[in-house]
Design a protein around this ligand. Sequence first.
Ligand SMILES: [Zn+2]
Length: 452
Amino acid sequence: MTRCLEYSKNLTCWFEMILSEHFGHSFKIKFIDNDILSLSLNESSRSITFHADATTFMRADSNLAIAEWDADTEEWQSILGSPLPAPGATFLPYPLITKTDQGMNIAYDILGLTYWMLSRQEEVGRTDLDEHGRFPATASHAFKHGYLERPVVDEWLYILGQVIKRVWPFIQLKQHAFSIKVSHDVDSPSLYTFKPWGTIARMMAGHLLKRHDVCAFLQAPFVKLASRSLIHPTDPFNTFEWIMDQSDRHGLTSAFYFICGHSDPLDADYHLEDPRIRNLLRRIHARGHEIGLHPSYGSYQAPGLIRQETDRLHRICAEEGIQQSKWGGRMHYLRWEQPGTMQAWSDAGMSYDSTLGYADRPGFRCGTCFEYPAFNPMTQQILPLRIRPLVMMECSVIDDVYLGLGTGQVAMDKVRSLRHACQCVGGCFTLLWHNSQLSDESRRSMYVEALA
Ligand SMILES: [Zn+2]
């Protein structure tokens, strides 16, 4: 008989961390048999057991089976409505949750699912990537089986919370409050300031001859000339003050992630050392908002570059008197190779990363809308880095190359439904909106409504 795969010691420690963060109690997890995991609490003799399915959840592909479970028929409560998708299971017994002498048994590996989704084990070594080398939503198990827009791990942890309450009725579980985090990748802080005059001339010709927009035709050279020490307020991409006003109104902190390297023509046209960018950094900091890193296009497989670009951001910020307790950010173009890019963020000493959402579809790439400690699925190490999953980037919903919903009612319904899913589980709706994607009224009103 072949021995089943087992979860590593580090992984069971990581499970304990996740459960402690989620429920506010220090559960102990141990194997009591080859494939039975037990969850216990302090000195209590009671426990919850699971059938651990490491053979399934250590797989790095998207061809796992899927079953469904109707919580209501067993008198459990599903937070987003039944049935719950159960990735990895071909069949689930009825009833799924049964009483045992010591407590209860769950015949589905909720912790295995948590590992598989949060560690992005699914993406390790994948070659079915898009033109930017990214693992696309459309290749994922979640998309193929229609649960990408559900925080499936949080939904299953909600079930586990109910089981915990039945086994230990007197403990209080941690309550989570819904939150919103907005961030802005600064690919283009200005439409005109950093472009050479030859490009400005071509843009002017386009404004006049193609779009017959005399206003924009005159604005281009004016903004270029008037942006000697500051990016001029009339620059269409200079939406920073407006963004911070919106965040202030809602009690939010905006995080602005700056490109600090140039490894490809798809990187930014500004340099962090430019006095106008230094001014912008100081202004963001003075208004109480956050500055972070947006590593260059070619850095996702180059840990040395991520380190260099981190050091450059720290150096310039220190020169400007900018101090922050945490430094985080997001990869340019959401380029990410699991686990190398994550390890590089961790090795560069960053506090958190917020790349893990898909460009081609909004939703829950990691199956959760809670921040969590990173775990390297190759080395099986817990990393001192927090993963802050990205739920939605504006262009994933709006742009024709992605979901293509535009900026009308259908797009807004999509935003509302994603935010509602985060609200139901008490998680965090993380929204990426580029400063350069707020120059027209329809996008601005969509952004305002997304925060409302
Ligand atoms: Zn970018």
